[in-house]
Design a protein around this ligand. Sequence first.
Ligand code: SAM
Length: 251
Amino acid sequence: MDASNFYTGIVAELYEPLKSTSQAWEPYAEFIARSGEPALELGCGDGEPILDLLRNGFDVDGIDSSQDMLARCSQKAAEADIKVALFAQRMEELDLPRRYRSVFLAGPTFTLLPDDETALRALKGIRRHLADGGSALVPLFIPAPTEPHQIGRVSEVVSEDGAVLRCSVVSADHDEEARIQRSVLRYEKHANGASLVEDRTWLLHWYTQSGFRKLAEAGGLIVAAVQDKDGQAIPPGSGATEFKFILQPAL
Ligand SMILES: C[S@@+](CC[C@H](N)C(=O)[O-])C[C@H]1O[C@@H](n2cnc3c(N)ncnc32)[C@H](O)[C@@H]1O
């Protein structure tokens, strides 16, 4: 199973109850306020932060490769009486009717693309979908190798209807040379005497700052800024493992 199909079935169902933090919408509102509307969220999943942005009056469309995540997003939008335009698409095959002043990913979803070639296709798609004067926000991170004590550690929640939901790391393989981390995650749902247990391979493919800059330039973009999570400029060559790129169309 490739990474863009990872968030399906039990993973989509358990994604929201098991996630440890909520995605704040305000940093993306600030980005859109600076860069302009309309905006597009790539990998909008089941609705964070796109639904809060729409609730607060921003014109944002969303794409995601998982029909299951989009169905959850649509359901939440309908319950909150929010109108949202969602498209079932992969970001590396972007083909939408509108052009956008702001294109963003909320969190390092870009590292789910399995290799540089796929990432380059996504960057070219972002370039094609940016309106004149627009910009894109791509958060990235370099994962630390999984520590032995993290293997087998279980995150567990009990849902409102009494189901026990669990996720744990079964194994992890970190390849610094290929910039790939492949983890096997075990998802479990125990309810009404029945159990569902599924192992899924989760692949992260990361970038150095200089490597991502080259890829973005090959995709027809220029790097307007590299920032830390608080928006402060990161000097080239710093050892930061979490950074976001602000990209603009090359002339
Ligand atoms: C970590 S989730 C974040 C979702 C969202 N920010 C939320 O909290 O609801 C990553 C999302 O990216 C989507 N995704 C993964 N690979 C993708 C791809 N190549 N193109 C589009 N979406 C992708 C997944 O289906 C998933 O919904």
